[in-house]
Design a protein around this ligand. Structure first.
Ligand code: PEP
Ligand code: MN
Length: 264
């Protein structure tokens, strides 16, 4: 069902404020985690100023250490929903557990499946039984065929509103970058499937000063949109501070990204 051979036309996903996979480049921005209602409200406003139509924020966080901030849970979903609504934005948030799918579904416009859960098949089946768009992040050690099979798990349940996210993979040298941004995967996935492909330069490089150049490279790769992390006080961020763009840097990057996309 995911194959371009069987389904030659591009899948276009329509959410209340966005058309994903069409001619327009889609900007999704927000903090890594929903930290408080006020903070996410302020960040949603910045996201919107940069031309975003989707605000991101994690309420359930897949942290490497169990002692790191795990997210605000349902209160975080409520805060992100309020921030999205106040700014006429769509909301994307990660769902980590199949048991949480009905609860997250009450709030979100787009489910995010995190890299660490790309092959959590019970979770994929659970979102596949809904009709809410799903943003499937490539696992950090996932091949292209692994990504396609993961997408197939969602489609097999009857949900065809799938977008694929390239967020960097593990290779041999991560002294200077968090992951290796596999931009070749963008046109490859577009060749093999009809789903929109979105780039995540933030998790791909992991350092804020590398985000803008690689965000531009992501636009040039032909992606349908990007998801980027922003924070007004990165040093105090509860997660992923080092890769967060400050508002001013984000606004400049976003302007350049839309300009570059228009040239293509
Ligand atoms: C995130 O989007 O904050 C996140 C945890 O991403 P990934 O699953 O790609 O690591
Ligand atoms: Mn993050």
């Amino acid at each position: 069902q995911s194959s371009r051979l069987l389904h030659p036309e591009n899948t276009i996903i329509k959410t209340p404020h966005s058309v994903i996979g069409g001619d327009q480049f889609v900007m999704m921005a927000g903090p890594c985690s929903v930290e408080s209602a006020d903070h996410v409200m302020a960040m949603a406003k910045v996201a919107k100023q940069g031309g975003a139509t989707v605000v991101r924020g994690g309420a359930f966080k897949p942290r490497t250490s169990p002692y790191s901030f795990q997210g605000l849970g349902e209160a975080g979903l409520q805060a992100l929903r309020a921030a999205a609504d106040a700014n006429d934005l769509d909301m994307i948030t990660e769902v980590m557990d199949d048991e949480h799918v009905p609860m997250v579904a009450k709030y979100t416009d787009i489910f995010q499946i995190g890299a660490r859960n790309m092959q959590n098949f019970s979770l994929l089946k659970a979102v596949g039984r809904t009709q809410i768009p799903v943003a499937l992040k490539r696992g950090m050690s996932a091949t292209i065929d692994d990504v396609l099979n993961a997408a197939e798990y969602i489609a097999a349940g009857g949900n065809h509103q799938i977008m694929l996210l390239e967020r960097g993979i593990r290779t041999f040298d991560h002294k200077y970058t968090r992951n290796t941004f596999d931009l070749g995967a963008v046109p490859v996935l577009q060749k093999l499937t009809h789903y929109p492909v979105i780039v995540d330069p933030s998790h791909a490089v992991g350092e804020w000063d590398l985000v803008t150049p690689m965000a531009m490279a992501g636009v040039a790769s032909g992606a349908s949109g990007m998801i980027v992390e922003i924070h007004d006080r990165p040093a105090e961020a509860l997660s992923d501070g080092p890769q967060a763009l400050k508002p001013k840097t984000y606004l400049k990057m976003a302007q350049q990204a839309f300009q570059l996309h228009d040239l293509m």
